[in-house]
Design a protein around this ligand. Structure first.
Ligand SMILES: NC(=O)c1ccc[n+]([C@@H]2O[C@H](COP(=O)([O-])OP(=O)(O)OC[C@H]3O[C@@H](n4cnc5c(N)ncnc54)[C@H](OP(=O)(O)O)[C@@H]3O)[C@@H](O)[C@H]2O)c1
Length: 332
């Protein structure tokens, strides 16, 4: 039985299970020349998929209602009529939320179980690791001795950003949504300080307390009031990487917040939006460095692994409740 998850309707506000539908077919897919049959092993659920579920204009086209959702997937080749892939190969790529699917092989990368666990190709040595590495380097331009704040710090991107900051000799402050997460950031990932935004009334003062000399780089994964509080603490020539804004992804009205211009002008600061796919030419070099740090034990990673294809929509929804530590993946 082959299962597919389709977008039943566009979520309004917070996504719910009713926005998704399962379809099943018992018809075995047939392969034409050049095609391969893939069996899904791991599915990546990511906050940015929320944007694709709406029909607002963005850097990637929206999902169509009634059509399968797609995201990063690791799959095994179980049959092949494509000379570049053989049965037993593992691949990663942007694929549909299906237990099995036919591909022409375009856009797929072979991955090896011997080099890293298969799920890691969706995280630390995949899209989120690249986002952390390239966002921090290309826009943050980190220099040893500087102070870095990262929000969404206990998640897939944030936990890697902070650790890279430490490798490069920065003082690193993480912001996350539970005491368990802030404890993990300082004790396991080596962050210098971590702040639980859910139990802190005055974020501006809390940041000032741990960064008395101000902030040089802010890696922003969440937007909203947390990011407003960071802006009060930036230094001259600060760099602000706008990687994501999960706190407003489910808003039904245009979010209102701080007017950022005076903060940027006063501090000659740079604020720039970041999209990882704009830096595709730098992927091989970045993956090489991430893999080396992993091997050397300088970089660690966490995953929250949800078992079962049917739990994919719930795993996605759980991102908005912070149920994950590190990368959220679904194991099939
Ligand atoms: N621009 C790009 O190319 C690119 C690529 C990848 C990811 N991103 C963005 O980077 C960010 C992180 O992505 P990720 O894949 O690493 O996800 P993630 O951080 O692993 O998971 C999402 C986390 O967001 C936090 N969160 C949820 N609602 C929040 C709220 N209202 N306020 C503050 N925090 C909230 C939760 O942690 P807490 O428990 O701490 O609240 C949750 O664990 C997202 O905004 C994503 O869209 C951008």
């Amino acid at each position: 039985m082959n299962k597919t998850i389709i977008l039943k309707k566009r979520p309004v506000g917070r996504p719910t299970l009713e926005d998704f539908e399962f379809q099943e077919t018992s018809v075995a897919p047939t392969l034409s020349d050049g095609e391969l049959l893939l069996e899904t092993k791991y599915i990546s659920v990511d906050p940015y998929l929320r944007g694709r579920m709406s029909d607002a204009k963005s850097y990637v086209p929206p999902f169509e209602v009634g059509q399968p959702i797609s995201s990063g997937v690791v799959a095994e080749v179980i049959a092949s009529k494509n000379t570049d892939f053989k049965e037993g190969d593992f691949v990663s790529g942007l694929l549909e939320w299906k237990t099995q699917q036919v591909s022409d092989g375009k856009g797929l990368q072979k991955v090896s179980k011997d080099k890293a666990p298969l799920s890691a190709y969706l995280g630390v040595v995949g899209m989120t690791g690249l986002t952390a590495f390239l966002g921090l380097h290309e826009i943050g331009k980190p220099k040893a001795g500087e102070t870095l704040v990262v929000s969404g710090a206990a998640g897939a991107v944030g936990s890697v950003v902070g650790q890279i900051g430490k490798i490069l000799g920065l003082t690193v402050i993480g912001i996350a949504g539970s005491d368990e997460k802030t404890e993990m950031l300082t004790s396991e990932f080596g962050f210098d300080h971590a702040i639980n935004y859910k139990t802190t009334d005055d974020m501006k003062a809390a940041i000032e307390k741990v960064a008395p000399n101000g902030i040089d780089i802010y890696f922003d994964n969440v937007g909203g009031p947390i990011s407003d509080a960071v802006l009060f603490n930036i230094n001259r020539f600060a760099r602000i990487i706008i990687c994501g804004a999960i706190s407003v992804y489910n808003n039904t009205e245009t979010p209102k917040g701080l007017a950022v211009q005076p903060f940027l002008v006063k501090n000659s600061a740079l604020m720039q939006g970041f999209i990882v796919s704009n830096y595709a030419d730098k992927f091989p070099q970045a993956i090489g460095q991430l893999a080396q740090w992993l091997q050397e034990g300088k970089l660690k990673y966490k995953e929250t692994v949800v078992e079962g294809f049917d739990n994919t929509p719930q795993a996605f929804i759980d991102l908005f409740d912070g149920k994950n530590k590190g990368k959220m993946v679904v194991k099939i």
